[in-house]
Design a protein around this ligand. Structure first.
Ligand code: ATP
Length: 268
């Protein structure tokens, strides 16, 4: 489905190389987790897969086609077939949740139908079903700015569930969720992607959940793929290498000066 070969890429809006010689093939319907320390390039990789950012070097193919050799319009059409849930979903604050969720279906619709959807969503039961699966059964007609951060994040994920895309990209989908919701959310994403035959690529900071929920894990360090395989071959040494900078001892902090006793006269 997607093949990256020797890809170098900058972050969205940047020019400095972040991804470095990345080789990665993702098959139709394949689930995979991307792990790595903060700044390793996970978001950059997902934006690249979503055709948001052109590679600086290397070969990128999508279903055998080279999107970056195509015209802007043709690439736009290819992009419409990919669903990306950013870490902070860009949901218009005054929009109803139903409309925000169903906006994910707009790329495949005629203009007349998309205008109708925005005005009075005919697919509201679809949005409701997606929200229920993600533990938000009573939010359909709320305004987006009435939601908590974790609820907003799940509304962003509900967009994946209603989209007609066969490539779902979820960038840190658990960032605003409590631990119980986090596991449940990954279960739903995995199950629903499998039911629709959609490939699912999730970047995750929760390594334990990545290893538990995904049959394939790609580990990035400083923009390079340092591991790509099943979770059971990931050991402590690799995790230590991946997250080494986070494990360094914190800098020594000079002790605060002891309080100077005030003269008795000043305490009265
Ligand atoms: N617009 C930009 N211009 C230049 N550099 C950027 C830009 N956006 C991000 N970067 C840098 O690119 C590198 C990779 O960022 P990226 O967001 O892909 O990492 P990440 O692994 O997703 O991190 P996190 O886990 O913290 O979200 C970081 O060093 C970051 O500072």
């Amino acid at each position: 489905m997607i093949e990256l070969s020797g890809i170098d890429a900058a972050a969205l809006g940047g020019t400095v190389r972040v991804l470095n010689g990345v080789n990665l093939a993702i098959a139709k319907g394949e689930p995979l987790a991307v792990i790595g320390a903060s700044g390793a390039g996970k978001t950059t990789l997902l934006n690249l897969l979503a055709l948001m950012q052109a590679p600086l070097a290397g070969r990128f193919t999508l279903d055998g086609d080279e999107p970056w050799a195509r015209s802007r319009g043709e690439r736009q059409r290819l992009r419409a077939g990919i669903a990306l849930a950013p870490q902070q979903p860009p949901l218009p604050p005054r929009q109803r949740v139903a409309v925000a969720v169903l906006a994910a279906r707009l790329p495949g619709m005629s203009l007349a139908r998309s205008l109708r959807t925005l005005w009075s969503p005919p697919d509201a039961p679809l949005a409701q079903a997606a929200l229920e699966q993600l533990g938000l059964p009573d939010k359909l007609w709320l305004r987006v700015d009435r939601l908590s951060g974790g609820e907003r994040q799940r509304v962003g994920l509900a967009r994946l569930l209603v989209s007609e895309s066969r490539l779902w990209l979820a960038d840190e989908p658990l960032a605003a969720l409590d631990p119980a919701r986090a596991g449940m959310t990954l279960t739903v994403l995995r199950r629903e992607a499998a039911a629709r035959g959609a490939a699912l690529v999730c970047s995750l900071h929760q390594v334990d959940l990545a290893l538990k929920h995904f049959p394939r894990v790609v580990a990035l360090r400083a923009g390079r793929v340092v591991y790509d395989g099943p979770p059971d071959a990931i050991d402590e040494d690799l995790l230590e290498e991946l997250y080494r900078s986070q494990d360094e001892a914190p800098p020594e902090i000079a002790p605060l000066p002891q309080p100077v006793p005030l003269p008795q006269a000043m305490c009265r």
